[in-house]
Design a protein around this ligand. Sequence first.
Ligand code: FAD
Length: 406
Amino acid sequence: PERIVILGAGHAAAQAIDTLRRRGHRGSIVLVGDEPHLPYQRPPLSKKYLAGTHERSRLLIRQARYYSERAIETRLGRRALQIDRRTQRARLDDGSDLAYDALLIATGSRARALTVPGADLDGVRYLRTMADVDSLRTGMESARRIVIIGGGYIGLEVAATCRQRGLAVTVLETQDRVMKRVVSEETSAAFTAEHLRNGVNIICGAGSLEIASHAGTQQVRAVVCDGCEHEADIVLIGVGAAAAQELACDAGLECDNGIVVDLHGRTSDASIYAAGDCTSHPSARYGGYVRLESVDNAFEQATTAALNMLGEPAEHDSVPWFWSEQFDLKLTITGLASGHDTVVVRGDPTSRCFSVCYLRGNELLAVESVGNSKDAIAARRLIAARSHLEPHHLANPACGLDRLPA
Ligand code: FAD
């Protein structure tokens, strides 16, 4: 393809650009992003950038010079509104049209909105972009109390950061334990204990929710949960994210909880690819289709899509990998646990250093490691090799995962 257009300027876009130029693409590349920034790293947003210990310039995945030296045309602060597949053009919100020979959709995901009474009050916030964090930080300067709705990894990371900055923090989670969708009971318990130890108030099984304002104003005052009032100067909603797939759906591309792509990153239109959070992709390793929200997945899928755009056949089949940090505790999830029939806990779950292993017929599918980076690294290799392991070997924490007979 002579002209490549990339819609969305995040992790996947940055990686696709790098692969395209490294592999010798000499044609034009246009990068369109609705945020006013070059692609930046999102993970620090709820961690060091929110804490104020990470400079804004350090967020950029690559500095401006990198793009100019590689003749990347950037259209930042511009939103793509429509894809016309017949004429192979993308329409932007300034009325301009970009012709493409190959298109990459890398629009990521968006924070899921919560529809409870008061969700539109001043002081109710979401966290997805640098702008979200900048305004949250400004709000935090005069705030004493924050209530976080949602005990997923973003809600909990924000809880930890706010607590470290001296705010009183309450987390309201509707499930019976935090991070239930992604981790085991042992891991939920370890992170809950870490938060409680640091003075975060966590309430699970939260039922009916309502956000109340100061009388006669639009300013948030409290979150009312099951009749109990939790006072708040700021309310942060962290109830998950949804694929930013509208452009693709409107253009008639197949979408189903994400833009459906094949193992090559190609959509149902052969000249349109998609990568990152916005996609639903087949998993050769685990079967079925998955939509993943992780930097690693964006990176790997974008590499694959870029190679295929250039006619170099490549398949996306890497072991999924994700991390979170809350206070001093680090969580790494390697692989996908769905379909497991056996769970083995390695080490003492109250020790702040343990792993939970998921197997199917003795094949290692996934490992959650808490404070145990050695296991996390070894797990990736073992899962990639489709290793079959004896549960009683795994259960012995004295025997390093890297030394287990595969
Ligand atoms: P994004 O990085 O979201 O980029 C997509 C871009 O496209 C955005 O700038 C969006 O505004 C733009 N866009 C959307 N629609 C349009 C349009 N129509 N026109 C133009 N531009 C558009 N992952 C981890 O692995 N570890 C972590 O610790 C971790 N922490 C996280 C913390 C936070 C607060 C958040 C929000 C995410 C975190 N993630 C983490 C997830 C990770 O950041 C995402 O998986 C990753 O950013 C996905 O990359 P992407 O390129 O698919 O999408």
